[in-house]
Write a protein that binds this ligand. Structure first.
Ligand SMILES: Nc1ncnc2c1ncn2[C@@H]1O[C@H](COP(=O)(O)OP(=O)(O)OP(=O)(O)O)[C@@H](O)[C@H]1O
Length: 344
């Protein structure tokens, strides 16, 4: 297989002016400016194969956006080499734009007051897609993403889930070989989230589109990615196939339960147990961590239900931040010789 992305020693250092507070500070920084350097990305190296779904994750400020901006040609690296589809993104940004797509949560490519059909038409013009090809492509995407009636509704009147579907479809009009998805399921309810994930998987299967995904949602990572790369403080700290991560770190579910009356719980994994103080008087709440490798989730839930009347119960994945923290502290099972990359 030929890698579609090759990155070696990629580095980005930002220099920002430090401004002292107050007027005298302003004058001082004007006369004798002081600079602060931020090493946002510190010499990272990796490759991405065609057709891969890569999860690029890490805590806030880790360097994800900076890396993606360099890969897409928005930012020039301070040092290092990178090739995306054989092109140098910083130098060939426009050429590259014809072969990559991106969906950034905060930045829409659809015109808010226009129906998606109009934005699509506009994008077809920008990407110089010949009319017959465009129509064929549009039909394909409308079918795949079930956009039918959505196409003629102004974007501002679409639900978030409908809009995300249109956003992803818009980014695919020019049949990009790689697509960058930044938090594609943020803010969506579970059902819609699942639908978006199914679409991403289908797209990857049908078109062999390489997908570079960032997300804080463990479900996205678990269900979509073939491989996960974790970045922290600008360095890659883990680069692993998802199977390995799943069996070592993505095996915890957290159950939060609240009872209408006082109960006694005797279960392994009980991490928090407290008086709730709700308006009903004295309910009790508990948080239980279930290790799905050794415990049966349904059985644990059944047991919890048997203790008394349940007022509320939620089941969630362990937050990604906790999983990452476990990886940093070494975690119990990860063999040190595999996968973990030493901090640069
Ligand atoms: N234009 C800039 N000028 C100066 N510093 C910057 C600039 N852009 C990013 N940084 C800094 O570089 C570091 C990495 O930021 P980056 O946005 O890449 O993180 P991130 O992993 O994408 O975080 P998030 O999950 O919050 O989006 C941060 O310390 C950030 O403050």
């Amino acid at each position: 297989m030929m890698p579609v992305v090759t990155v070696s020693g990629l580095t980005k250092r930002f220099q920002t002016k430090v401004k002292q507070p107050g007027l005298s500070g302003s004058v001082r920084s004007l006369l004798r400016p002081e600079y602060q350097t931020i090493d946002a990305v510190r010499g990272i190296s990796f490759t991405v194969e065609r057709g891969e779904i890569l999860g690029f994750i890490g805590p806030n400020g880790a360097g994800k956006s900076t890396t993606i901006k360099m890969l897409t040609g928005i930012l020039r690296p301070t040092a290092g080499q990178l090739r995306v589809l054989g092109l140098n993104p910083g130098r060939d940004r426009v050429r590259l734009a014809f072969h990559i797509g991106s969906v950034f949560g905060q930045k829409s490519q659809l015109w808010f007051h226009l129906p998606p059909a109009d934005s699509f038409q506009l994008l077809a013009g920008i990407y110089e897609i010949p009319a017959p090809d465009y129509q064929k492509r549009l039909d394909f995407l409308v079918d795949l993403f079930e956009l039918g009636e959505l196409l003629s509704i102004p974007v501002r009147r679409l639900s978030l889930g409908q809009r995300v579907r249109c956003e992803i479809a818009a980014s695919l009009l020019h049949q990009p070989e790689i697509i960058f998805l930044d938090e594609p399921t943020i803010g969506l309810d579970v059902v819609v989230k699942q639908r978006i994930r199914d679409l991403i998987v289908k797209l990857n299967r049908e078109e062999k589109t390489t997908i570079f995904l960032t997300s804080h949602d463990v479900g996205d990572i678990e269900q979509l990615c073939h491989r996960v790369m974790i970045i922290n403080h600008g360095a890659i700290v883990l680069d692993e196939p998802i199977q390995h991560l799943k069996s070592h770190y993505l095996n915890k579910k957290v159950i939060s339960v609240r009872y209408s009356q006082t109960v006694r719980i005797d279960l392994p994994g009980l991490v928090q147990w407290k008086e709730d103080g709700t308006s009903e008087g004295h309910g009790y709440a508990a948080r239980i961590e279930v290790d799905t490798l050794t415990q049966n989730l349904s059985q644990v839930i059944a047991q919890l239900l048997s203790y008394g009347e349940v007022a509320d119960i939620t089941i969630s994945d362990q937050p990604l931040e906790q999983i990452i923290a476990a990886i940093y502290t070494g975690g119990p099972e990860l063999p040190p010789e595999r996968g973990r990359v030493a901090d640069a």
